[in-house]
Design a protein around this ligand. Sequence first.
Ligand SMILES: [Cu+2]
Length: 259
Amino acid sequence: MKFNLFRVFVVLLFLAVPVLGVWTFVDAERWKMWFPEGVTTYAGEIDFLFDIILWMVAITFVGTEFLLVWAIWRFSKKEDGKVTYTHGNHTLEVVWSAVPALLLIFIAFSQMGAWSTIKMNFPDEGPYTVDAPMMEVIAGQFDWWVRYPDEEGNFRGEDVIDVPFDIHVPVNTKVVFRLKSRDVLHSFFVPKFRLKQDAVPGMSIPVWFEATETGSYDLICAELCGWGHYKMAGRVHVLEEQEYEDWLSQKRSELYAND
Ligand SMILES: [Cu+2]
């Protein structure tokens, strides 16, 4: 068999896909392109699920890519030989249907704990509950409107506090808020919290989290909602308990001063 430079080139080209693909993951941390560290009580559960799924996808990806590269190398030898066709392999088809089905069932069971923690188990006591939330977040084209209730806990009336784009919450506290939309679908996403929830017009969706570290974190809209989607960049400020109280009373006094 004569050495065929083109054949080697094609094999190397296809080999570059899995090699570079894996490399981007291995090297992501160094370029600060990996997940930022989670800062909520349930961040670990989400990261665990992410890792399980990432490994499944990685193994499948590397396996199929190498199979492809091997097939290109193995079957590109013949220059004028006859092509052979195969048609149907029942065992193989059963295997490649059953394995993904089992993996999906495995994922479905592994995520049940995280789903119930985040979407179903709201705090039923403490300062904030589904019926007495800390605030309302109203998404709209193209802003986040944050409303804190008046001193009686009402969200309507003159003494509510409206803050665009900036959410203030205390650290180590179970925060419950209600998420609404004024117009179209938006999605409330705070990557550091591992929290993402759609805002749906006509619905008032309860959301909870407990931040474990003070700091200011990015809030972004994760649902393409129109031309100004990119402008929906807010911040969540996690403050010490006392700082939060001070911020809230400062806001209230500003409100009364304007009267
Ligand atoms: Cu949006």
